[in-house]
Design a protein around this ligand. Structure first.
Ligand SMILES: Nc1ncnc2c1ncn2[C@@H]1O[C@H](COP(=O)(O)OP(=O)(O)OP(=O)(O)O)[C@@H](O)[C@H]1O
Ligand SMILES: [Mg+2]
Length: 1213
């Protein structure tokens, strides 16, 4: 409304009318909600609509009463200030409806779901049907007119949960209990009760229909359109239960209602002497019965009054004065009104007990719903009180929105041009002032001077009103007087006013109640004024004045929100817009002035300290990491914040103690920035948390992987240690046997694997497909030739659990062919003989046979011995000595001598039954412990906020160095041959790409998603590749070569995409042969290709992806080719040490036969695919005798590939 081009009452009216016709009943003037009663259900209070207003500022959503409730709740939590919602408007304009909607919103939107909080919410909502039944009635203006004022305060704890509530009740219109204007009704509860009472209640309290009682039937209105009293009764009962009224309390309440109804049926007849008598004593008898008093006493109290004479201030004699029917009726009605009034107050206090705060209260939201301003044909004391309270509320509105605001601008030295408005203080003074006496004071005086006779008192009051005529808002008109209220002129009738003001029950009636045996009735009248007290008991006028004053004080302490309700017509019509009537309301509500001040004024102001406290986070000058760091005074802090947030200069002004912000939009912008700040902080924390999880998971994965691999490696290492134990202290060792990475892998010829050679050997030995080979190696067998000295000849040695095979290789039709030469049962082997020197000679002492004992040279002799011991359960003896004894033929023993000869530079030299060998490592040597890893080779986790920028990238710099080292190794002419034909593409055993297609999981975006830092922005239907699923609901996805996190519930499975796994760069796909290679048709065991493939997995030695959770792209394995450095042993000077005596140490027990993954298949898959170790093809620079046969030479040309575990760290090479 503040945007209207012309601001006049008429233009406001026109605007409201247009809206109202379009079912837009709400609009704002600044923060004030204007509501025009639609008189129909617009369906605008549903749960769905309510949700739309949650956490929204009022400019984000259309005007609504929910928005007022939201901002009150938000402001309470945000600023820690009590709030109040003041709802004003004339009777039937929609105040109670608005109040109920506010309660509905707060109950739904406030946090806290635990039982006690839910109970409070339920109770707050239940107060509505309960208090409406007892406190509302049909009037000519409104079918559900509030006949009392109510201020509901909901108490919240420091986290915004409702913990309790309290109701303050203002001035129930009790006169309605005993009589109503035609077509109006008594309070709803009487009709509900008389229509819907149970049979038991009807029996107990003699309840009949409403037509049977004078108090409910005389106004000839028993039903109300669109109101179902019977259904409402059940709502009332339910509300009583929710609030916690037990069955007995409920029963007593209904007893009281019955007493009132039956009291109203006591009729008086005039006797000849003019005095009254009871028309039907049956009624008084019944009243006596349900009141639990003596029925004769009821009769007496109804028809006579004890009058005490007073002499000189002392009590004199008491007389029993009979009453005429009019006086008797007044007495009866006084009793009925008092009982109902006290019952109502009891209910309110009982509700308050139930809703008592369950915890510490930090803030309060108050909702004020009072009786609206009203003008009837016959206006009496009740209307004066109602209209007075409305005047007071208008005062608050004027005070806070028109007067105080303008005064504040002046006080705070803000540039301001004053705006004129009508201040209704003059009307308030007219009614409440003591000096000169106002209307209430005049009524009190009249009551005091003529207390015995109500008519005389009224007359006295009329006289006094003449003194009020100096007030332009007052006019005395004989038995009436006119008050010019802010909302219209009201003519009040004086008759009965003083009596109503006096509002005191006569002593007889109080005695009657005191005599009741009904405890509940007595509790309704707790304190009786002292009859001897000289102090005048407070009149009704006094009470309403003081409670209105208290209310105003209370409201002034809270931050107010206003709802100004407007009634479009007097006929409850949803089509009629009575322009005149609305214009009148627009005028008296001061909407025009409200708009003017709002336009010129400032929407928001707050003390500098408060503003800084709320918004300091928005400026880097005032906050750092959430801490307040401003060193200057709050005012300069405020200015700094407003400057740093780029708020336009004309949007704010600094006062003396407060900062002023012109438009609400600016405040909302600040609030939004603040919310955003928290939001960002929350996202940062979430991101950090996600990173932390990733980091943790990755670390766990690495540890697991390391352990898994190491565990497998340990198996081999353990076996190696067993080998050491067999020889420990008895045989000198080769230096390279003691290398830390040397593990006993067993099947060096890959007979268990898929290689060509393996298959050849397997078939030569006649092994089944599943028969496990425990050991295989090339050896040089000592072959004796008739008449000539024995010579070394190459063989393949293959050991399966039961048998030892010796296989020769030869050429047939240009193809290599393996032939089984000899097989020996393991159990026939009695001893393994070795020398005590460094040499590699072994003799297997078997049962006597024509072929004699095999004697051979084997690099892996220790491993062979360990394997045989394990297979034989250590039943084979180890025989170590300076010579090897063996059977050359069945009965022909032979011996080989071992001589230390430092001149032998490489291995050992055999000649004529003696072997010359240089000194080796001491017999007690054990494998060296693994070398320390070089820092920088562990792939750093470099992404994520947990990691300091720069630190990770520094570590990552180690990578090229490592690659370089690997490249050099590859380039080493001793290990890699440049001459080697690049035959990898033609290698038949290389996996074809199609067989190795990886299925890439693709996902489709169901919705668009705006990602922030580190997150993936998605358009609907975008297709992304899933890289990683995180348990926290975020998935790492890849799109257009970009990676980022996306919420998984935005993604759905799309058809998978096949992708060729990245080919590792820098790794020869074909084994490079030793320099001695000359053959162009090498035998290529395909194990190499599979091991290379295995290296392409993430986290392999050469995984150089910038973050460990990233997929490696292309640049994978460096493929560290290596040669077993058997040829690089340093020769030692000849040392003719005496041969060590053969030790007779007991043989160590073999380790249990573990199912170690020693097969190449087993190795390539689980280990290499996850391996910290790289399983790479190694060129074995075997030292094959030059005397080898053609066939064996042929084989030696094809590099026999061994697999072994290596630390990928070059430090281990
Ligand atoms: N927002 C609304 N939507 C639909 N109907 C409404 C709305 N507000 C009020 N009404 C109708 O108008 C009637 C009167 O409203 P309500 O009882 O709230 O008036 P009031 O201002 O509290 O009057 P009083 O001062 O007499 O108590 C309601 O009973 C209801 O029928
Ligand atoms: Mg109301």
């Amino acid at each position: 409304m503040t945007l209207l081009t012309t601001i006049s009452n008429e233009s406001i009216n026109e605007n409201l009318q247009k809206r109202w016709i379009n079912a837009e009943i709400y609009t704002y003037i600044g923060g004030v909600l204007i509501s025009v009663n639609p008189f129909r259900d617009l369906g605008i209070y549903s749960e769905e609509i309510l949700q739309r207003y949650k956490s929204k500022n009022r400019l984000e959503v259309p005007p609504h009463v929910f928005s007022i409730a939201e901002s009150a709740y938000y402001n309470m939590n945000a600023y820690h200030e009590n709030q109040c919602v003041i709802i004003s408007g004339e009777s039937g304009a929609g105040k109670t409806e608005a109040a109920k909607r506010i309660m509905q919103y707060i109950a739904a939107a406030s946090v806290g779901q635990d039982d006690s909080i839910q109970q409070i919410k339920d109770m707050v909502l239940a107060t509505n049907p309960l208090l409406e039944s007892f406190g509302c009635a049909k009037t000519l203006r409104n079918n559900n007119s509030s006949r009392h004022g109510k201020y509901l305060e909901i108490m919240f704890n420091n986290i915004g949960e409702p913990v309790g509530a309290q109701i303050t009740n203002y001035l129930l219109e009790k006169s309605r209990v005993v009589g109503q204007v035609e077509n109006e009704r008594n309070f709803h509860i009487f009709y509900q009760f008389t229509k819907a009472a149970s049979d038991e209640q009807r029996d107990q309290f003699g309840v009949q229909g409403p037509e049977s009682y004078a108090y409910t039937s005389l106004s000839r209105c028993l039903d109300v359109q669109d109101m179902d009293d019977i259904q409402d009764y059940s709502h009332t009962i339910h509300a009583m239960q929710v609030i916690g009224l037990n069955a007995q309390e409920q029963n007593e309440i209904f007893r009281i209602l019955a007493i009132i109804l039956w009291l109203g049926n006591i009729q008086f007849v005039e006797m000849e002497d003019g005095n009254s008598s009871i028309a039907d004593t049956g009624v008084t008898d019944f009243v006596g019965y349900i009141m639990a008093v003596d029925s004769s006493m009821v009769e007496k109290v109804m028809t006579s009054r004890i009058v005490e004479t007073q002499r000189g201030g002392r009590r004199g004699s008491a007389y029993d004065v009979p009453l005429n029917p009019a006086q008797a009726t007044a007495g009866r009605d006084a009793l009925a009104k008092a009982i109902y009034n006290n019952l109502f107050e009891w209910i309110v206090s009982r509700i308050n007990i139930s809703m008592k705060a369950r915890g510490n209260t930090s803030q309060i939201i108050g909702i004020l719903d009072i009786f609206g301003f009203e003008i009837f044909e016959d206006n009496s004391f009740e209307q004066l009180c109602i209209n007075y309270v409305n005047e007071k509320l208008q005062q608050i509105f004027i005070e806070l929105t028109l007067k105080t605001e303008q005064e504040e601008y002046i006080r705070e030295q803000i540039q301001w041009t004053p705006i004129k408005y009508f201040n209704n203080k003059i009307v308030c003074d007219l009614i409440e002032e003591r000096r000169p006496p106002g209307i209430f004071a005049a009524l009190n005086d009249a009551c005091a001077t003529a207390h015995a006779d109500p008519a005389a008192a009224d007359g006295s009051f009329v006289q006094r009103t003449s003194n009020l005529s100096s007030n332009p808002h007052f006019e005395a008109r004989g038995a009436q007087f006119l008050v010019r209220h802010y909302a219209g002129d009201v003519m009040y009738n004086v008759a009965g006013m003083t009596d109503k003001n006096k509002d005191a029950l006569i002593k007889d009636i109080l005695d009657l109640i005191a005599s009741s045996r009904n405890q509940f009735l007595q509790t309704l009248f707790p304190d009786r004024s002292d009859p001897n007290s000289k102090k005048r008991p407070p009149t009704a006028g006094d009470r309403i004045k003081s409670s209105a004053g208290a209310l105003v004080n209370n409201l002034m302490k809270a931050q107010p929100s206003y709802i100004r309700t407007i009634k479009p017509n007097q006929n409850r019509s949803y089509t009629e817009y009575d322009q005149k009537a609305v214009l009148h309301q627009i005028k008296y509500l001061g909407l025009q002035e409200n708009i003017r001040i709002r336009r010129a004024g400032f929407a928001y102001r707050n003390a500098f300290e408060k503003l800084v406290e709320r918004f300091y986070l928005l400026s880097p000058a005032t906050s750092y990491a959430g801490e307040y760091i401003w060193k200057g005074d709050p005012k300069s802090g405020c200015e700094q914040i407003l400057k740093d947030t780029s708020i336009a200069r004309e949007e704010w002004q600094m006062g003396v103690t407060k900062a002023f912000i012109k438009n609400p939009e600016t405040l909302f912008a600040l609030e939004t920035m603040r919310d955003r700040y928290w939001h960002n902080m929350a996202s940062r924390i979430q991101r950090a948390w996600r990173n932390y999880w990733r980091y943790k998971n990755e670390c766990a994965r690495r540890i697991q992987r390391f352990w898994k691999n190491n565990k497998e490696g340990l198996e081999f290492a353990k076996f190696r240690d067993y080998g050491h134990q067999i020889l420990a202290g008895r045989k000198e060792r080769r230096r390279f046997s003691l290398l830390s990475y040397r593990r006993f892998m067993g099947d060096y010829l890959d007979v268990n694997g898929q290689s060509f050679l393996g298959a050849e050997l397997r078939s030569a030995c006649g092994l089944g497909a599943v028969e496990h080979v425990a050991f295989s190696s090339r050896i040089q067998l000592l072959v004796s030739k008739l008449g000539r000295s024995s010579k070394l000849s190459p063989r393949f040695l293959i050991v399966v659990p039961t048998t030892i095979y010796f296989v020769t290789a030869g050429q047939k039709d240009g193809r290599t062919q393996c032939t089984l030469e000899r097989k020996i049962q393991v159990i026939t082997t009695k001893a393994i003989s070795m020398s005590i020197l460094r040499d590699d000679w072994v003799a297997l002492n078997c049962n006597a046979s024509e072929e004699g004992d095999p004697v051979f040279h084997c690099y892996f002799k220790t491993e062979l011995a360990a394997t045989l011991l394990r297979l034989s359960q250590a039943s084979i003896n180890m025989s170590l000595g300076a010579t090897i004894e063996y059977s050359k033929k069945k009965d022909k023993k032979a011996q080989i001598k071992f001589i230390k000869d430092e001149a032998v530079s490489k291995d050992d030299v055999y000649k004529s039954h003696s072997v010359h060998v240089a000194s080796g490592e001491p017999p007690s040597s054990m494998s060296r412990s693994p070398a320390m890893r070089k820092p920088g080779i562990v792939h750093p986790i470099i992404r994520g906020k947990l990691i300091q920028a720069g630190e990770a990238s520094n570590k990552a710099k180690a990578v090229p160095k490592f690659s370089l080292a690997a490249q050099n190794l590859l380039a080493n002419p001793t290990t890699a041959s440049a001459n080697e034909p690049a035959s990898a593409p033609t290698n038949p055993s290389l996996p074809s790409p199609s067989k190795n297609l990886v299925e890439v999981k693709m996902y489709k975006a169901k919705f668009a998603f705006q990602g922030q830092e580190g997150e993936m922005t998605l358009k609907k239907d975008d297709i992304v590749e899933l890289l990683e699923k995180d348990v926290n609901g975020w998935w790492l996805v890849k799109k257009d070569e970009q990676e980022g996190w996306a919420p998984n519930n935005y993604l759905e499975v799309a058809s998978p995409k096949s992708k060729i796994p990245p080919t590792p760069k820098g790794v020869p796909l074909y084994p490079v042969s030793t320099p001695s290679t000359s053959s162009s048709t090498p035998i290529v065991p395909n194990i190499l290709s599979s091991s290379v493939m295995a290296d392409s997995t993430p986290f392999s030695s050469s995984d150089r992806a910038p973050a460990p959770w990233r997929k490696p792209v292309g640049n994978v394995s460096t493929g560290l080719a290596d040669s077993i450095p058997t040829n690089s042993r340093t020769s030692r000077s000849l040392c003719n040490k005496a041969a060590l005596p053969v030790s007779n140490k007991p043989k160590p027990a073999p380790p249990p036969l573990a199912t170690k993954p020693s097969t190449p298949q087993g190795l390539t898959k689980p280990i290499a695919s996850t391996g910290r170790y790289s399983r790479v093809g190694m060129q074995v620079n075997e030292h094959i005798s030059t005397e080898s046969s053609t066939a064996s030479r042929q084989l030696s040309l094809a590099a026999v590939v061994r697999t072994c575990f290596l630390w990928s760290d070059p430090a281990h090479l």
